[in-house]
Ligand binder design. Structure first.
Ligand code: NAD
Length: 359
């Protein structure tokens, strides 16, 4: 498929296809925008059905990063990378180092980090080939795994959504279904259980489900039943495109608030949710906690884990404003968030153009 003809192409600045014969690495790096700063976004390792699917994913994810970083007030652009393959069977330290060499060749235009299928160890291997990697375990301002910060931001977002929709931010007795209990989902399940919520989980990996149920008291359901659980909140914390024509009809939750990127299969599903009275916390707003954490590492600012957790709680307030604006203006929440992010990027672009004309 041609990049330019792809339905997810959105004036991306650069798309790089990476192939390393020795390690079998096949990856794609997409730089969507560097208007606000270097393009930062995680690397995902996933067993895509085809390279076209991987291309679509990285194009959408990188655009989402531009919006996420802009709305979170970070001086960072948007980029993302995907490695094609099963992370449980195909990942090796050499593969990670090879990926790092491709990131290095971009000279800092793109800075990578952890996403699905990746760990902090992987970031350390990548670091052996490049400095353009964040979420490290050692070094100046190393911030480690961003997932607990992402999860805490999602927790704050769920509180804000529950307050807006149900009238109180007390999560005691609130029922939450979490789809995917990997790095983010596990931390989220723990926080929700500690706050007294009733948590139901699922995952394609049975070991992840067992771990979470044993440690938090959550209950589990089969993978294909999570969407229709009779809950207050559905928290997608796995793959994207989960909010589509078929799933929206089956949803019983009145709130959608989770960490997964690109939850809407198509932009129009934002409006479908709005019309059905389902409060959707836009994914790139609610899942910005991890980026807020790694942004400090990129800036060389050391932040304690405690302070890092407090910092991401601002996500609750950001969402409350979006929910209120949606109510007042009659626009779906995703559309409200998109407009805010686009305005920030446009303002920065206009400033850049004005200063280069003045020079
Ligand atoms: P992860 O790989 O650690 O966990 C994802 C989990 O989802 C895995 O346990 C996997 O088995 C499970 N899963 C996959 N497909 C599933 C399905 N169909 N049904 C149920 N479970 C399924 O990834 P993560 O880091 O926890 O990220 C989860 C989501 O949040 C991703 O969409 C990611 O892009 C997004 N996100 C993560 C971060 C972060 O800090 N890690 C930040 C922002 C956004």
């Amino acid at each position: 498929m041609s990049v330019f003809a792809s339905k997810s192409f959105d004036d991306h600045e650069q798309v790089v296809f990476c192939n390393d014969e020795d390690t079998g690495l096949r990856a794609i790096i997409a730089v969507h925008s560097t208007t606000l700063g270097p393009a930062v976004g995680g690397c995902r390792m996933w067993h895509y059905d085809s390279s076209d699917d991987a291309l679509e994913d990285v194009l959408r994810l990188s655009r989402g990063m531009s919006y996420k970083n802009a709305l979170a007030g970070l001086n960072l652009g948007g980029g993302k990378s995907v490695i094609i393959g099963d992370s449980r069977t195909l990942k090796t330290p050499d593969l990670m180092r090879a990926f790092g060499r491709f990131v290095d060749r971009l000279g800092g235009t793109y800075i990578t980090a952890e996403d699905m299928g990746m760990t902090t160890d992987d970031m350390d291997y990548i670091h052996e080939s490049t400095d353009y990697v964040t979420g490290l375990t050692e070094g100046k301002a190393a911030s480690g795994d961003p997932s607990p910060f992402t999860a805490h931001g999602v927790f704050a977002g769920i509180q804000a959504a529950v307050e807006h929709k149900l009238g109180s931010n007390d999560l005691k007795g609130v029922r939450v279904a979490i789809q995917g209990v990997g790095h983010v989902g596990q931390n989220l399940a723990r926080e929700l259980s500690e706050a007294g919520a009733e948590v139901i989980v699922t995952d394609v990996h049975e070991d992840n489900v067992r771990l979470v149920c044993e440690s938090t008291g959550a209950t589990s359901v089969p993978v294909d039943e999570i969407i229709m659980q009779n809950v207050d909140v559905f928290a997608p914390c796995a793959m994207g495109a989960i909010l589509n024509d078929s799933s929206i009809d089956r949803l019983k939750a009145s709130i959608i608030a989770g960490s997964a990127n690109n939850q809407l299969a198509e932009e129009r599903h934002d409006q479908c949710l709005f019309e059905r009275g389902i409060l959707y916390a836009p994914d790139f707003v609610i899942n910005a906690g991890g980026m807020m954490s790694v942004a400090n590492e990129i800036a060389g600012i050391s932040v304690s884990p405690e302070q890092g957790h407090v910092n991401v709680e601002v996500i609750g307030a950001m969402l409350s404003e979006i929910f209120t604006s949606s109510d007042n203006n009659g626009h779906a929440t995703g559309a409200v968030a998109n407009a805010l992010a686009e305005a920030k990027i446009k303002t920065a672009k206009n400033k850049d153009e004005a200063s280069s004309q003045a020079a």
